[in-house]
Design a protein around this ligand. Structure first.
Ligand SMILES: Nc1nc2c(ncn2[C@@H]2O[C@H](COP(=O)(O)OP(=O)(O)OP(=O)(O)O)[C@@H](O)[C@H]2O)c(=O)[nH]1
Ligand SMILES: [Zn+2]
Length: 340
């Protein structure tokens, strides 16, 4: 998909979908795929709702991906506009478009999921030729299965705020994500104070003021050290799981006035695409299944508990706002249930 090659997706009991990711297609690849016929497009339900294309979907599964029917005016650049919300405000969409829920629902959902894993916009040209690889939803499940994570190596790592620390790295055979845990202080018999930190290149490394990640990261290390011992998990789930490029696309939409929730939806993603099973598996491999969790996000508590970790206490972890992140923090409080 990243190379602009077509793929087939097949779920049990469904006809296969042949797909060409719109973001990485070029006009020549698109023409080869559609054989110069006007093509159909597959987009996520959230993206279709943003484009006001869901009113034709009667009693459809509310999450089912949506097929935009072939039409002479559905050319390459129009398909790109269906995929990419960046131009929604600037260029009114040509149409009209006919839409229907995709017949192969499981394959359609798997395709949207695969686009997210690949860090691409979740939108495809549909029903063309040339796919040489068939992928199944089961293969994606296996790729994402947190049980495949293994402890890879560990080393002493004194850090600013916690000189007595050890870093432990984890990875799974199929994935390039290398998650790490920072073990701070000495176990003292009590359950560890734990922080789940999701990667934020802009906040953690560049000091972005748009979010609270950088200060939360450093305050977590200091708080765990002050507690005597605990664990910081640094999870490679950038942008709440949509990847860096898509997060920056969400930032561009925020520059147009949309908040963090609506920006994700306009792009066609879930508001939070993270899998906290990864964190649970890391804690399990570290032998720590009872924790005190530093978070304001009830979904993190639920996600860990659903994956078998006993969260005996939620410890609030809020930092003072700045003029650039005040709206972001208010959105977390008002729209995603953060206890701030
Ligand atoms: N998609 C998207 N991701 C964002 C945005 N702002 C920050 N992030 C990502 O959100 C994640 C940070 O979330 P966390 O620090 O775990 O915060 P949280 O889920 O709000 O919960 P707590 O901080 O534990 O209360 C990082 O992966 C950031 O890259 C945004 O506007 N859009
Ligand atoms: Zn951040």
């Amino acid at each position: 998909m990243r190379r602009g090659w077509p793929i087939a997706m097949q779920a049990p009991g469904e006809t296969p979908l042949s797909l060409l990711a719109i973001e990485t297609a070029d006009p020549a690849g698109w023409q080869a795929f559609t054989q110069n016929e006007p093509g159909k497009v597959l987009i996520s339900h959230g993206r279709a709702a943003t484009l006001k294309l869901t009113n034709q979907l009667a009693a459809a599964d509310p999450d089912s991906p949506v097929v935009v029917a072939a039409a002479p005016w559905l050319d390459f650049s129009t398909a790109l506009a269906l995929a990419d919300p960046q131009l929604d405000l600037a260029t009114p969409m040509k149409g009209p478009f006919r839409t229907a829920p995709v017949d192969a629902t499981a394959a359609g959902l798997a395709a949207i999921r695969l686009a997210r894993i690949a860090g691409l916009l979740p939108a495809f040209f549909l029903d063309g030729i040339g796919a040489e690889v068939t992928i199944t939803p089961q293969a994606i499940d296996a790729h994402q299965d947190a049980r495949a994570l293994r402890l890879a190596t560990r080393a002493r790592l004194p850090v600013d705020g916690a000189e007595q620390a050890e870093i432990v790295a984890f990875r799974a055979p199929d994935s390039s994500d290398e998650h790490v845990a920072l073990l701070i202080g000495q176990p003292n018999g009590a359950p560890p104070l734990v922080r789940l930190h999701s990667e934020c290149l802009t906040g953690d490394v560049l000091g972005s003021l748009k979010c609270d990640c950088g200060p939360q990261l450093h305050a977590a290390i200091t708080a765990i050290a002050a507690n005597g011992w605990g664990i910081l998990l640094y999870l490679r789930q950038e942008g709440r799981g949509i990847g860096l490029v898509n997060k920056l696309r969400a930032y561009a939409l925020q520059d147009q006035g949309f908040d963090t929730v609506d920006a994700n939806t306009r792009l066609g993603f879930a508001v939070d695409a993270r899998d906290f099973g990864v964190a649970a598996r890391m804690l399990e491999l570290l032998g720590r299944t009872q924790v005190r969790l530093m978070t304001n996000n009830p979904a993190k508590v639920e996600g860990l508990e659903a994956a078998g970790i006993d969260v005996i206490e939620r410890v609030p972890h809020a930092l003072p706002p700045n003029p650039h992140n005040a709206r972001y923090l208010a959105t977390k409080r008002d729209r995603t249930g953060h206890q701030l």
